[in-house]
Every structure is written in C-alpha cells, then in structure tokens.
Write a protein that binds this ligand. Structure first.
Ligand SMILES: Cc1cc2nc3c(=O)[nH]c(=O)nc-3n(C[C@H](O)[C@H](O)[C@H](O)COP(=O)(O)OP(=O)(O)OC[C@H]3O[C@@H](n4cnc5c(N)ncnc54)[C@H](O)[C@@H]3O)c2cc1C
Length: 406
C-alpha cells in the first residue's frame, strides 16, 4: 500500500475529538511532529461537540452507583426513560463486570478519589487555556444539582451543603417546578464543547500539528497506521477514537453509551445563572452563548444507537420544561446524538497496548471526557516522553490485564 505521508512522524493521533485535540496540542507543544487523522470533516465531529460541556469534578466517579443500577432495572422497561440498552454478545460480559465493580464499595471510593483528583487538575488546565489565547467559552459559575424529591435528596453525601427548596430558588429563580432541594458546587465550570475542541485543535495546528480529515483508519500496528488512502508511519500511534475504539483495539473495555441533546433558541429562552443537573431525570442543562442545551440519556450497546430515539429526546425536553416552566414556549432544535466511550469500572484507559510501546490507547472517558481531556493530553505526553505520571499505572491496559479484566 502507498504512503499517505512520505515522511514518518513522531506521533500519529487517530481521532480529532476532545481527547485527540488535547493530545495533539500537548505533543506538538513538546516539539514532536504530530499528525491527527479523523474519519469526519474537522475537529469535534464525534461525541465531543453536542454534549453538555461541563467541567465537573463533582460528577467524576464510577460508571454507576448501586442506586443507578436499581433505577436502571426499572428504567429498562420504559421506552422514554434516561437508560436503555441494545443487547449484543459483547455487552453481556461488560455488564457482568459493571455489576461486579458497582457492588465493590472500596473500588467505588478508589475510582472516585482518583478521578476527582485528575478532574480538579484538569479544571485548572481548562481555566488556563484562556490565558494562552485558546478561547473555549470557559465559564466558572458553579453547578447546581437539583433534587425533585426528598427521597433523592437523602442520597446526597453527608459532607455536601444542601440547600432547601427556597434557597435553591434563590440561587436559580427559574426553578418553578417541583423541587425538594439542591446542592451547589461553586467552583465548577463549563465550556462550549464544540468551540473547545475546535479551539484546542487549532492551537495544536498553530504549533505544527497537521489534521487530515476524511481519513478512516482501518488498522493500527507497530509504527504504522492504515487508511484507505495509504499508510502513515509514526514513532507512536495514539488511538483516541472514543466509542469507536474497539474497532481498532478489540480487547479494549469500551462500549457505547449513546446520549442526546436538544437546544432551545437563546433569544426566546430565559437563561439560568449557571448549569443545572436534574438529578432524578438525569438531565444536564447548560446556558451556552447561542442556545440553552438540555442533555441526557444513556443507551448502552456495543455500537452507538443509530439515529435519535425521539421518545427519549422528548423526555429530556419535558423534564427541563417541567422544572423550568418559563421555557415551555421556546423553539427547540431537531436534536443531536453522540456515543460516550464507557468503561465498566469508570476509569479511562490510557497507556501502551503493546510490549513494543508503539500503539497507545487514550479513551473510555465516559461521562467526563470534556472535563478530563486536558489532563489526558498531559498524561499521554508524559508516557510518550518516557516520564509517565505515576497515576497512569492504574489507567494502563496492562493494569486491567493484570487484574484479569481486559
Ligand atoms: C449527552 C452527553 C452529554 C455529555 N456531557 C458531558 C459533560 O458535560 N462534560 C464532560 O466532561 N463530558 C460529557 N460527555 C462525555 C463526553 O462527550 C465524552 O466523554 C468525550 O467527548 C469523549 O471524547 P473522545 O475524544 O474520546 O471521543 P469523540 O469526540 O467521539 O472523538 C473520537 C473521534 O474519533 C474519530 N474516529 C473514530 N473511529 C475512527 C477511525 N477508525 N478512523 C478515524 N477516525 C475515527 C471520530 O470521527 C471522532 O471524531 C457527554 C456525552 C454525552 C453523550
């Protein structure tokens, strides 16, 4: 097969999403020659664009809690619930491992602590992008978790500061629907996710990275990747293909968690002061510069759920309008779908996949890939430079193999 690039590069990144963009920026800034290949037509055409854009250490944790699993059993039978799944042989072992890790409280605590630490560092990196001229729409206004029922409010951790209904409405006067209370995370933030990926990608290009669009990679192997238009030789290949990672690295523990979002036109929609999370409905609401976004749903499957399930999308919109009746007349967009790359233990998978240390995976960030993208870029750069952050040991594919959970 002919060569797509005549010269080898130091680092070839597959995937131009949030993770690929941050990896490319870090590696190019370190002086490496970098090429990014994506099957789409630019930066951020995967799940990284239409999501809620939260930079939220408070939401970084295991994939599911025991309460989530109990709810999921109930929700599985409801076609408009926040959870569903597409049965496939690949899903069954993943679900059994999910069950095993979810009931292990010590594991949940370890994952929460590890992800929270990384997310707090990543939040600081997000905040620093503006000073470097990388405009991502970053805003640090805090996040408000809103509880509609007293029963759900009782699940709040003991150390959280709980607001009663009146205090929550004082924080967010638009909350005129049923509400039992809320928890404010004052230090957390959000960005405009599509702008984030484009801005970081363009910053990477400014320091020398090249983006090749419309290039689907069909295989990665030692020192080389293969596309239908030819091969690329590279010192290191970083696979950052999100929910599509299994197609290139079959033994990776990532499956798809399809989610949806719907935008309301900003001119007609009173904007909340900060992002809101409707706990029971699992709906994240973000005041973006040009629209108000409502995002949610998790449909698990080996591959993304095709198209948009209108019943679930309508349920997201309904939950938002019930909580904030002032939005009932706003025009809504047709909707967007994207597949989260989910691991059963909630930890992303970052590290070499082969003993020759030439192919790396950086994926499986589940519900917090935007949050963790900048720190993931740094972790990958450290591994390639031969100076890895000690914390990557627990994220490495070899670690899961050692614990017999590939
Ligand atoms: C509804 C919803 C709301 C969310 N809200 C948040 C949030 O508020 N905060 C947060 O932190 N996270 C959130 N997430 C999760 C977040 O979107 C993801 O974790 C993150 O975007 C994953 O980024 P990625 O770069 O790994 O994947 P992607 O953005 O999907 O990028 C992968 C890229 O790889 C390319 N690709 C795939 N296969 C190939 C191939 N073979 N050859 C070439 N290119 C290929 C794709 O075209 C794509 O561009 C949300 C997700 C959803 C669905």
């Amino acid at each position: 097969m002919s060569e797509l690039l005549t010269e080898p590069v130091d680092v070839a990144v597959v995937g131009a999403g949030a993770i690929g963009a941050c990896v490319a920026l870090e590696c190019a800034e370190a002086g490496a020659s970098v090429v990014v290949l994506d099957a789409g037509d630019g930066w951020g055409t995967g799940v990284s664009s239409g999501n809620a854009g939260w930079v939220c250490p408070s939401h970084a944790g295991p994939f599911a809690t025991l309460t989530d699993l109990t709810n999921a059993l109930r929700w599985m039978l409801k076609r408009d619930s926040p959870f569903g799944f597409r049965p496939s042989p690949a899903l069954l072992p993943w679900m059994l491992r999910l069950l095993r890790f979810t009931v292990d409280r010590a594991h949940a605590q370890r994952v929460s602590a590890a992800l929270h630490e990384l997310a707090v560092e990543s939040l600081a990196l997000h905040a620093g992008y503006g000073a470097r001229g990388i405009e991502t729409g970053f805003q640090r206004r805090g996040l408000l978790d809103v509880y509609q029922t007293a029963a759900a409010l009782r699940s709040v951790p003991a150390d959280a500061t709980v607001l009663n209904a009146d205090e929550a409405r004082a924080e967010e006067p638009l909350l005129q629907g049923r509400i039992a209370g809320a928890v404010l995370h004052p230090d957390e933030a959000y960005c405009d996710p599509a702008r984030f990926v484009r801005a970081v990608g363009h910053a990477a290009e400014t320091v020398g990275a090249r983006l090749l669009t419309g290039r689907r990679v069909s295989a990665v192997r030692r020192g080389e990747l293969v596309t239908d238009a030819g091969t690329v030789r590279a010192g290191a290949v970083v696979v950052a293909t999100g929910a599509g990672t299994r197609a290139l690295i079959p033994r990776t523990p990532i499956i798809s968690g399809t989610g949806y979002s719907v935008d309301l036109a900003s001119g007609q929609t009173p904007m909340p002061a900060r992002p809101l999370f409707l706990k029971e409905a699992r709906v994240a609401i973000t005041p973006l510069p040009d629209s108000l976004r409502m995002a949610g749903t998790m449909v698990l499957g080996r591959d993304p759920h095709p198209g948009i399930d209108r019943r679930r999308l309508d349920a997201i919109h309904r939950a938002g309008v019930e909580a904030m009746p002032a939005w009932s007349g706003s025009q809504r967009s047709a909707g967007w779908a994207g597949a989260r790359p989910c691991t059963y233990d909630g930890l992303p998978t970052v590290g070499w996949t082969d003993p020759s240390r030439s192919v790396m995976v950086a994926g499986g960030h589940g519900m917090v890939g935007v949050t963790l993208a900048p720190i993931t870029g740094q972790l990958v750069r450290g591994i390639i430079d031969g100076d890895p952050d000690p914390r990557v040991e627990n994220l490495a594919p070899a670690h899961r193999r050692k614990t017999r959970h590939p």
